[in-house]
Structures are given as structure tokens and as C-alpha cells.
Design a protein around this ligand. Structure first.
Ligand SMILES: Cc1cc2nc3c(=O)[nH]c(=O)nc-3n(C[C@H](O)[C@H](O)[C@H](O)COP(=O)(O)OP(=O)(O)OC[C@H]3O[C@@H](n4cnc5c(N)ncnc54)[C@H](O)[C@@H]3O)c2cc1C
Length: 289
């Protein structure tokens, strides 16, 4: 197996153009599992770790640009205030060792429907920056990025450079159901982001459809029902309806981790729970500002 080690982003793109079959490796927490279990035997690995810019973030025009190689540990440490939903999801990933190596870019590259970063990226309207040497860079909305089970909009000669997302302007929450609290792949997961300035609500469903997806009808319903100005307490019937609409947006399957019925039920619970947390935080902000 040939091991390619570009020293810069430009060199990484050159190598990917020259060897489209080269498998990018960042933290290796997915790639190495596949190699160790002989599920994959690539002729070439493209090690992105020497490309320092991938593990940094910056802000331009009020929008965060987070390098694809930034680990969950760094993200939790440096971006919890700006991206609370993604930071919460990051805290649930694997173990400290996995969080020290694993990256959001790797989660995107794997495009598993169960990846924990996807629901908060969807809820926060993130865009994925990808680039090839031949066609340059493009921004793909998270909603268009996931295209099937472990399939994304990334072309064979493209690499993921970063994701772009606005810092939170309202409460964001993530919740995940697993068979235990740590080191577990989600049976299902859910993220919510309140955007009070534009009176909108973002959602993300994980592990309950072929791809991570938003619950569009639930978002529209709850955004219209919430009393954004008075921040009045939630009507339990509205919360219950939101849970139903989120569950309806999923198309889960029965598998070893859970049944489709259980996933639908659990999603309703997660939706009601995270909405309640988020709205209570929004109400508390009124009393403190
Ligand atoms: C014990 C264990 C527990 C885990 N627990 C969880 C969990 O709780 N939640 C969860 O979501 N995941 C979990 N994972 C899976 C894994 O840790 C995550 O998917 C992680 O985000 C992968 O990041 P990485 O940097 O290690 O990716 P890598 O393994 O390096 O790469 C993953 C995929 O992305 C591609 N890739 C990487 N970087 C780029 C790039 N810049 N451009 C294009 N393609 C790229 C690779 O080619 C590969 O296909 C777990 C894994 C293990 C081994």
C-alpha cells in the first residue's frame, strides 16, 4: 500500500487528481477499522494530517469556517459556545481516544446515516466546502451533501476542506439514543437549533433514514407555533405534535440496533425533549437579558 503525505492543501489536491482512487485518511478511526477488518484494501492512502490548515478554524463575515481535520476534542474545547449543538454531539462520539483522533471531516467523508455530527450540521444550516484541482472549490449545503447510505455528493477527485456555519444565535441541542451512554452507534439521534432572529427552527434526524435528514414539516409547524416575542411557555399539545411530525419525517428500518417502530417512537421523545430544553433556555435568556 502506497502512503502519500502531501505537505500542503495544494499538494493534496494534486495527488487526489493524479490518484483518484487514493483514500484520504485523517484520524483514521473509520479508515483503519475497515483496513484492519480487511473490508477495504486501498492501493493508496492519502494522509491529510500534515496539512495543518485542516485542523484550524477561522471566522469570515460572521461565518465560521472549520477545517475538515479538526478533531472532536478541539471542537469541544474551542467551539462549544459558538456551536453548542455540534459540541454536544461531539461529546457523545466514541471515547476520549476516538474524539482525540476523529474529525467532523472524517464523519462527512464516511457519510454514515448514524454519524453524530450530521444532525447538528443540518439543524444549523451548515455548508460543506469541497475542492478538486480540476474544478476548484464549491459549497454544498448539508441538505444536499448526504445522498444515500454512506454516499455523499463528493466527487472522486474532490476532498473536503472545511464546513461553514454561522455561530448559534439561539439554543441548540443534540440527543442520541444508544444501547449505553458511551462508545455506541446511535439507534437514532436528533438535533434542534432555534434561530430566534429569523423565527426559524432547524432540525436534523440521524440513524432513522438512508441519510441524515431534516424534518421540514416539523420545522415549519413549530416555527409558526412558538411565541417568539413573549417567550410564553410551550403548549404540551404543540410539543406533542412536533414530536409526531419529526417521527413522521423518518423512514427507519429494523436492524440489529433497533426496530423501525422503536426508532420512530424514540425520535418523537427526542424531539419533544430537545424542543423543551431549547425553549426553556430561550425563556431563561429573557430573564437574564
Ligand atoms: C471505537 C469507535 C467508536 C466510534 N464512535 C462513533 C460515534 O459515537 N459517533 C460517530 O459518529 N462515529 C463514531 N465512530 C466513527 C468515527 O470515529 C467517526 O466517523 C469519525 O468522525 C471519523 O473521523 P476520522 O478523522 O477518524 O476519519 P477517517 O477514518 O480518517 O476517514 C473517514 C472517511 O472519510 C474520508 N475522509 C477523511 N477526511 C477526508 C477529507 N478531508 N476529504 C474527503 N474524504 C475524507 C476517508 O477517506 C474515509 O472514507 C467510531 C469509531 C470507532 C472506531
Amino acid at each position: 500500500m502506497e502512503f502519500l503525505r502531501p505537505a500542503s492543501w495544494a499538494e493534496a489536491l494534486e495527488l487526489k487528481a493524479e490518484y483518484p482512487d487514493a483514500v484520504p485518511i485523517q484520524g483514521g478511526t473509520d479508515v483503519m477499522v475497515e483496513i484492519n477488518f480487511d473490508l477495504r484494501r486501498p492501493a493508496r492512502l492519502l494522509d491529510l494530517n500534515p496539512v495543518a490548515e485542516l485542523s484550524r478554524w477561522s471566522t469570515t463575515g460572521g461565518v465560521l469556517r472549520v477545517g475538515a481535520g479538526m478533531t472532536y476534542t478541539s471542537l469541544i474545547r474551542e467551539l462549544s459556545a459558538d456551536l453548542p449543538g455540534l459540541a454536544q454531539a461531539s461529546r457523545t462520539v466514541g471515547s476520549p481516544q476516538i474524539r482525540n483522533r476523529g474529525s467532523v471531516g472524517g464523519n462527512l467523508g464516511a457519510a454514515s446515516p448514524a454519524g453524530d455530527s450530521h444532525p447538528p450540521l443540518l439543524a444549523a444550516d451548515a455548508e460543506i466546502e469541497v475542492e478538486s484541482r480540476a474544478r476548484g472549490s464549491r459549497l454544498i449545503p448539508a441538505t444536499a451533501f448526504y445522498q444515500g447510505v454512506k454516499r455523499s455528493a463528493l466527487a472522486p477527485d474532490e476532498l473536503i476542506r472545511a464546513f461553514h456555519v454561522a455561530p448559534a444565535t439561539g439554543p441548540q441541542y443534540f440527543s442520541k439514543i444508544g444501547t449505553r451512554n458511551a462508545m455506541v452507534i446511535a439507534v437514532c439521534s436528533f438535533a434542534i437549533a432555534l434561530h430566534p432572529r429569523r423565527r426559524a427552527v432547524g432540525t436534523g434526524i440521524g440513524s432513522a433514514a438512508p441519510t441524515p435528514r431534516r424534518a421540514g414539516a416539523a420545522e415549519e409547524y413549530i416555527a409558526a407555533e412558538l411565541d417568539w416575542d413573549s417567550r410564553a411557555a410551550l403548549d404540551p399539545r404543540v410539543v406533542a405534535r412536533f414530536g409526531e411530525l419529526v417521527a413522521q419525517a423518518a423512514s427507519p428500518i429494523d436492524d440489529v440496533r433497533g426496530t423501525a417502530d422503536y426508532r420512530r417512537h424514540a425520535l418523537g421523545v427526542l424531539a419533544r425533549r430537545t424542543l423543551t430544553w431549547a425553549w426553556h433556555e430561550h425563556m431563561r435568556e429573557r430573564t437574564t437579558t
